[in-house]
Ligand binder design. Structure first.
Ligand code: DC
Length: 203
């Protein structure tokens, strides 16, 4: 039996950092599913058709250096609305999830659509202001020229699109445990997630 951890939530809530730490702690493989949508969005930015790009996606496409920009994130969120793009990416995610070592997948629809039978489902969130501030600090540290207001607008716009699309909208699965990281340090958020997983494993 493989052990599957599903971690969903909005941008900059800490789910990526928590997922990596959980994967390392429990020896699980990790897939950041946002990268799949970013890789499709990246190809669309250079003129590709979204559905064709999703169908032709290659694991090497996920290693491209430029997938983490705010611009690619907006394109990713736009292509993620298209049902044919989403369905083209399902098999890759499910085969990753069922590998023998067990896996952590983070995204928007992991607990609801991709791995509805996951052993544990977490929904990691934080207020839009806290998330925008974190993202703004990160971008500023990398020398990007932006403002807190601009980042907040992008966060709110992306949340809205991701949570209101008709196919696989971002939402917590009914049995997901919500971790609100607004007032948590990253260390205590990781600790909380690890404790929850440990108690599930020993149940
Ligand atoms: O997690 P991220 O910020 O890298 O995701 C980029 C976009 O990809 C996000 O705004 C919506 C989309 N996405 C999705 O629709 N479903 C997922 N499982 C992961 C990401």
């Amino acid at each position: 039996m493989t052990f599957i951890v599903a971690i969903d939530g909005p941008a900059a809530a800490g789910k990526g950092t928590i997922s990596k730490a959980v994967a390392a702690e429990f020896g699980l493989a990790h897939l950041d599913t946002g990268l799949l949508y970013r890789a499709v969005g990246f190809k669309v930015m250079s003129g590709a058709d979204p559905i064709a790009a999703a169908n032709a996606l290659n694991p090497l496409d996920l290693e491209h250096d430029d997938l983490r920009t705010a611009n690619v994130a907006q394109f990713a969120s736009q292509v993620a609305v298209i049902p044919e793009v989403r369905s083209a990416l399902v098999n890759f995610q499910r085969s990753f999830a069922t590998q023998a070592s067990g896996a952590v997948l983070d995204g928007r629809d992991i607990g609801t659509v991709i791995c509805p039978d996951a052993d544990i489902k977490l929904f990691v969130t934080a207020s839009p202001e806290v998330r925008a501030n974190r993202r703004f600090q990160e971008l500023s540290a990398k020398g990007a020229k932006t403002t807190y207001e601009k980042v907040l607008n992008e966060v709110v716009e992306r949340d809205m699109r991701d949570s209101t699309r008709s196919d696989a909208p971002m939402r917590a699965a009914a049995e997901a445990i919500v971790i609100d990281t607004s007032e948590l340090t990253i260390e205590s958020a990781i600790q909380t997630a690890c404790d929850l997983i440990r108690s599930k494993q020993s149940a």
